[in-house]
Design a protein around this ligand. Structure first.
Ligand SMILES: NC(=O)c1ccc[n+]([C@@H]2O[C@H](COP(=O)([O-])OP(=O)(O)OC[C@H]3O[C@@H](n4cnc5c(N)ncnc54)[C@H](O)[C@@H]3O)[C@@H](O)[C@H]2O)c1
Length: 252
């Protein structure tokens, strides 16, 4: 069974639905049950409801990844509902606004780093505590190309994603001999609710296309295959790896 944070919209929603299609039982963990307004996939239908409509099993658990209490309750709910927690996807992350460093305010930094980096640290910690009781498990962290290279006017986001990039390796090292794997995915820009406005801004959209050797934005669905691979036994000897899914953005 798998828990996905930030499961109501965007990449988290696609991964939760993708895992359910592979037969996993899903705990959908998010601060809100309904998708964000700009969600393109079945807007208005909650992820757990969508999964049940497809014939799968899912529960929604309210969970803010900044809260240890709520993360503990979420893991407890996973074990109570489905017997174990086998896969933890730390997907929730935050981006506030574009702007150069000298104009970035402290609140933007705090929110971005708190949800993106601290939230992932806490998610890894709670998952590992359960995995140690069970004898193993898999973590998939959703990082970003912003953890690999600098992105224009995204200082706080890049700093937070850099933290998640190396957190993934550090967690992998700590538990490599405990049957616990921890890997990351670093996606390029994709028109989820988080990046929908940027996608609709021609200058921004064109710049990303020009900087991406494959010449286009990432489809939201293109997160699913890599996330399935890293959670499955097909990647049984892969740990501490950050898989870039970026159409070549970070090659040069
Ligand atoms: N969309 C992109 O262009 C892009 C590119 C690279 C990486 N990412 C990363 O992918 C992940 C998912 O991004 P997305 O684009 O799907 O975002 P999104 O904003 O479209 O959806 C994020 C979901 O997370 C939930 N959420 C927000 N704060 C939360 C919190 N504190 N606790 C629990 N849930 C919370 C929201 O309610 C929402 O359902 C993030 O870590 C993001 O940084 C996104």
């Amino acid at each position: 069974m798998a828990a996905v944070t930030g499961s109501s919209s965007g990449f988290g929603r696609a991964i939760a639905i993708g895992y359910a299609k592979e037969g996993a039982k899903i705990v959908c963990a998010d601060i809100r049950k309904e998708p964000l307004e700009k969600e393109p996939c079945e807007p208005g239908v909650a992820t757990d409801d969508h999964i049940r409509k497809l014939g799968g099993e899912a529960v929604y658990v309210p969970c803010d990844v900044r809260s240890v209490t709520q993360l503990k309750q979420m893991v407890g709910q996973a074990v109570e509902s489905f017997g174990s927690l086998d896969i933890m996807v730390n997907n929730a992350g935050a981006f506030t606004a574009f702007g150069p460093l000298h104009e970035l305010n402290e609140e933007d930094w705090d929110v971005t780093v708190d949800i993106t980096a601290k939230g992932m640290f806490l998610g890894c910690q709670q998952a590992v505590r359960q995995f140690l009781k069970q004898g193993g498990g898999v973590i998939v962290n959703i990082c970003s190309i912003g953890g690999v290279v600098g992105l224009l006017y995204e200082t706080a986001y890049c700093a937070a994603k850099g933290a998640t990039f190396n957190l993934t390796k550090a967690v992998a090292i700590d538990y490599a001999d405990k049957n616990i794997r921890c890997n990351g995915i670093c996606p390029n820009y994709s028109a989820t609710p988080m990046s929908a406005d940027a996608f609709r801004t021609p200058k921004f959209r064109d710049r990303v296309e020009a900087m991406t050797p494959m010449g286009r934005w990432m489809e939201i669905s293109e997160i699913v295959g890599p996330a399935v691979f890293l959670a499955s036994d097909e990647s049984s000897f892969v740990t501490g790896h950050n898989l870039v899914v970026d159409g070549g953005y970070t090659i040069r």
